[in-house]
Design a protein around this ligand. Structure first.
Ligand code: SF4
Length: 242
């Protein structure tokens, strides 16, 4: 099992915004893009973090920070940390099944360099890409409540606002899709979630949808590797080289 630490993953390089990216609201700019690891705002999730810390004190057991390049054009938004994945390792999509497909695909399409070793110290770096989550703390059964999703939203708003070159958002699953739209102040009714869809939200900013790369979705065939690769091929084609 990879070692875990509460220290921030190495690739987390967060810079002050140089300019406001296209179409990102300013309302939450007094909120930092990354919550404190011991963020107290969601009682149910705080309770789960504490129980997890009591059972597994070597795990990260906190609000998992975003991972990637501060000048990224692509922001990937997942659902929430997995209990034995990011909640354990402290890096999004690291240490559980979903990360295997995600990082392999990022490497294939030039959004990452190095090798994915399922641990924050594996040396993998993201290029022109950042990974975050709609909800930063592990929820029971992987199901955050609407209140928890809403409470965590300002951090995503701030995360987007701190990416001065943001041009593409990839939502992994419906919750991430709706959270991203809400963070941008865009009505979801005009942009229904659909795997493979591209939503041109405004000039210079597009939202892409994919089914979440979870073990359940891949085991059931809801999401295949070619389907996932096609989404990244579309993003790469639209963004051009890093
Ligand atoms: S889910 Fe977000 S708002 Fe809720 S406790 Fe965690 S970091 Fe704070």
């Amino acid at each position: 099992m990879p070692s875990a630490s509460r220290s921030r993953p190495r690739e987390r390089r967060v810079a002050s915004p140089r300019r406001q990216p296209v179409g990102v609201p300013t309302a939450a700019l007094d909120v930092p893009p990354e919550p404190a690891a011991d963020c107290p705002l969601c009682a149910r999730l705080v309770d789960l973090r504490r129980r997890s810390a009591a059972a597994e004190p070597a795990w990260f057991n906190g609000a998992v920070p975003s991972f990637g390049a501060a000048d990224a054009r692509l922001l990937i938004v997942g659902l929430a940390p997995g209990l034995k994945g990011a909640n354990r390792t402290g890096r999004p999509f690291t240490g559980d099944y979903a990360g295997e497909l995600l990082y392999a695909t990022l490497l294939e399409f030039g959004f990452a360099t190095g090798n994915y070793g399922a641990a924050p110290d594996d040396g993998l770096a993201l290029r022109d890409c950042m990974i975050s989550n709609a909800v930063r703390c592990v929820p029971p059964e992987n199901k955050p409540t609407p209140d928890e999703i809403r409470t965590c939203r300002p951090f995503l708003v701030a995360r987007m606002a701190a990416l001065p070159r943001l041009a593409a958002i990839l939502a992994l699953g419906r919750v991430a899709h709706e959270q991203a739209l809400a963070a941008l102040g865009t009505r979801a009714s005009g942009h229904p979630f659909a795997h493979g869809a591209r939503h041109d939200l405004r000039p210079g900013l597009a939202l892409y949808d994919s089914f979440h790369c979870s073990r359940y979705n891949t085991n059931t065939g809801r999401l295949t590797t070619p389907m996932f690769r096609a989404v990244f091929a579309s993003i790469r084609r639209d963004l051009g080289p890093s």
